[in-house]
Design a protein around this ligand. Structure first.
Ligand SMILES: [Mg+2]
Length: 221
């Protein structure tokens, strides 16, 4: 029996070019234990990915702001406060950096994300004034409620599934995976991981991105 998995998406299931490695369609649909996709992306993204891979919709989205398991949705973020930070940031000349359609935030239910091209110092200053924190995932800055993290989201998923969160194995690559690494039984940081993720992981993987994650899955099978 394989262990249940908690997998980050960006930098973990993706190639260095940012696309999902197609080998995960087989690797995850045939995994004989729960697979949780845990991401900073807006809620619909991991739900859609589960749908198209053909696995149950079991996700932690928006860095823990929302969790879904066994058709139960759990919200802990504060979209209104995050939206207020974004509006004040823009009023002071900041730009979230996603263009007019802003598909990054359009369906986001519990936080707001800014492009890494955004003015980080100004963003942190405004977020601090509203009692919010800014997470740097390497792909975006996330404005979220302090204490809302992927790790708390995974605990919620494990509770819903009546599982012990310590049974999970996590793979990730950035600061927002640290809380995930702290709650699971076994954690792996990929070679493309940032400093905080490396420091928090139980093991460092030789390979990076999807290649590294596939090597971890092969060793766990
Ligand atoms: Mg990542």
């Amino acid at each position: 029996m394989s262990p249940p998995l908690a997998l980050d998406i960006d930098g973990t299931l993706t190639t260095p070019e940012g696309t999902i490695d197609p080998r995960f369609f087989d690797a995850l649909s045939s995994w004989d234990a729960p697979v949780v996709l845990a991401t900073g992306k807006a809620f619909p993204y991991p739900v859609a990915l589960c749908h198209f891979i053909g696995i149950p919709q079991t996700v932690v989205a928006e860095n823990g702001g929302v969790a879904l398991a066994a058709e139960r949705v759990s919200f802990v973020g504060d979209r209104e406060r995050a939206r207020a930070v974004a509006e004040e940031f823009e009023a002071r000349g900041g730009d979230l950096g996603w263009g007019a359609a802003d598909t990054v935030n359009r369906w986001r239910e519990t936080e707001i994300a800014a492009n890494v091209t955004a003015d980080e110092a100004l963003l942190r200053e405004v977020a601090g004034e509203y009692g919010m924190q800014v997470y740097d995932t390497g792909y975006a800055y996330h404005i979220t409620v302090p204490g809302v993290e992927k790790g708390t989201g995974l605990r919620e998923v494990a509770d819903i599934l009546d599982m012990d969160v310590g049974e999970f194995v996590a793979v990730g690559d950035s600061e927002n995976d640290v809380s995930l690494f702290e709650v699971v039984g076994e954690s792996y940081a990929l070679s493309n991981a940032d400093g905080p993720a490396r420091a928090a992981a139980d093991a460092l993987v030789d390979g990076g991105y999807s290649e590294g994650t596939l090597s971890v899955l092969a060793s766990l099978r």
